[in-house]
Design a protein around this ligand. Structure first.
Ligand SMILES: NC(=O)C1=CN([C@@H]2O[C@H](COP(=O)(O)OP(=O)(O)OC[C@H]3O[C@@H](n4cnc5c(N)ncnc54)[C@H](OP(=O)(O)O)[C@@H]3O)[C@@H](O)[C@H]2O)C=CC1
Ligand SMILES: Nc1nc(=O)c2c([nH]1)NC[C@@H]1CN(c3ccc(C(=O)N[C@@H](CCC(=O)O)C(=O)O)cc3)C=[N+]21
Length: 369
């Protein structure tokens, strides 16, 4: 079913609010790529976990190995990196930890979300975050402000959450209205409660050798977790990150570099992006252009993490649209060694990492191990 929907990456029509920057399809698509036998980059057991997540190790190992058997259909098809399943397992582990903390010290983690304006997609994300919080036992606080609010009003709410001891994480939903300065607003979030990891001090610490941020931004952290869970070796490998935004591309490149990959960053001014991408053992695509990365951009056997969430017209879908990634899945899955789907890849991991950061914050603030 999925393959019939995605059978032609060049024909997806973008919804009006996304720029249509698709490459000319005939020029870039080489139809015989499925014949190339992928060189696998994977080990059978997951890599060791950082101490904080070690408790989740066995669950996630089981998740990864069940994904192995469930999703490899032929030798030429990439392994599906199932973010939805891994995220579910992580949420279950978080719920157990929250109960343990509540029973031991009577504290429940709290996450405050501030939404300015009435963008439909932002409202959906905020609703989903709230549901995810409730399901694991995190108390959620929400403030909805009108589009024409002032920066001062937003900062006033941030300040009140900064000093509220029942709030351990604060998230300001992006994008903010155009008249607001993101930097002024993100700077106002207490660095100890910055569960999005967007505060300049957190980003600065992420960039520096020998320093650690309080929080790692959720989407790049989710990408790294998926690579770890699926046993993708990073040290000494070539990685290409497509996109350099403050919230995804740039921190993803820093994390890959911290994990000892040799990293190149491809952006809108890069010449020959396909040539550079083709050298990568690991690709993280975070662009916002549907199906930009074609099969012939990919090195056989590479691991592909597709962050893009792009709505394209689909009259057969109840919503009138469906979501596709930045990578042409149908082509890429015939060349890559492993690949995340959209939906069901990085998106659910972003939310799971937000919950994980909120729990981590509540533990740190209350000195609970
Ligand atoms: N799955 C998830 O959890 C999340 C998904 N997303 C999705 O990820 C995508 C990227 O988001 P975000 O980083 O916020 O986007 P931004 O628009 O902030 O950044 C896009 C980046 O892509 C680069 N770019 C644009 N066009 C091209 C091109 N043709 N070739 C190469 N590079 C290009 C831009 O380059 P330049 O810097 O030169 O302008 C920029 O660095 C979106 O689809 C978004 O919806 C975002 C957050 C979370
Ligand atoms: N302060 C802030 N922090 C963010 O982390 C942040 C943000 N602002 N603004 C918007 C982007 C986008 N983002 C997503 C989160 C989950 C999915 C997600 O769960 N996606 C599902 C599909 C959901 C659907 O079907 O609509 C999936 O990929 O399977 C997607 C995108 C977080 N962002």
């Amino acid at each position: 079913m999925a393959s019939s929907i995605l059978s032609d990456c060049s024909s997806a029509r973008l919804l009006p609010f996304r720029r249509a920057l698709l490459p000319p399809p005939a020029a870039r698509f080489r139809p015989c790529l499925a014949l190339v036998s992928p060189r696998r980059l994977f080990v059978s057991s997951p890599a060791p976990l950082p101490p904080r997540l070690r408790r989740m190790d066995s669950v996630l190992a089981a998740a990864a190995s069940s994904a192995d058997s469930a999703t490899v259909s032929t030798d030429a098809m990439a392994k599906v990196i199932d973010g939805k399943m891994v995220a579910k397992q992580i949420r279950e582990e978080i719920a157990v930890e929250i109960t343990r903390m509540k029973d031991a010290i009577g504290i429940v983690p709290g996450l405050a979300v501030i939404l300015v304006g009435s963008r439909k997609d932002s409202q959906t994300y905020v609703r989903n975050k709230k549901k995810a919080c409730e399901a694991v036992g995190i108390k959620s606080y929400e403030v909805n402000l009108p589009e024409d609010s002032s920066e001062e009003e937003v900062i006033k709410h941030i300040a009140s959450f900064n000093s509220d001891p029942s709030v351990h994480g604060i998230l300001v939903q992006l994008p903010l209205p155009r008249h607001m300065n993101d930097e002024n607003i993100l700077n106002a979030v207490s660095i100890e409660k910055d569960v999005d990891g967007f505060h300049p001090l957190n980003i600065g610490r992420l960039a520096m050798q020998g320093r650690d941020p309080f929080f790692v931004p959720c989407t790049p952290k989710g990408c790294m977790e998926l690579l770890h869970r699926y046993g993708v070796e990073i040290k000494g490998k070539r990685a290409v990150v497509i996109g350099r935004s403050n919230i995804v591309g740039m921190p993803a490149a820093l994390l890959l570099q911290k994990a000892n990959a040799t990293v190149s960053i491809v952006h809108s001014q890069t010449k020959n992006p396909e040539e550079i991408t083709r050298q990568a053992d690991i690709v993280i695509a975070a662009v916002g252009v549907a199906n930009l990365v074609r099969g012939n951009w990919i090195k056989p056997g590479a691991a592909i993490i597709d962050v893009g969430i792009n709505p394209v017209d689909d009259l057969d879908s109840p919503r009138g649209y469906r979501l596709v990634g930045d990578v042409c899945y149908e082509e890429a899955s015939k060349v890559a060694g492993a690949i995340t789907p959209v939906p069901g890849g990085v998106g659910p991991m972003t939310i799971a990492m937000l919950l994980s950061n909120t729990l981590e914050s509540a533990k740190r603030i209350n000195k609970f191990k």
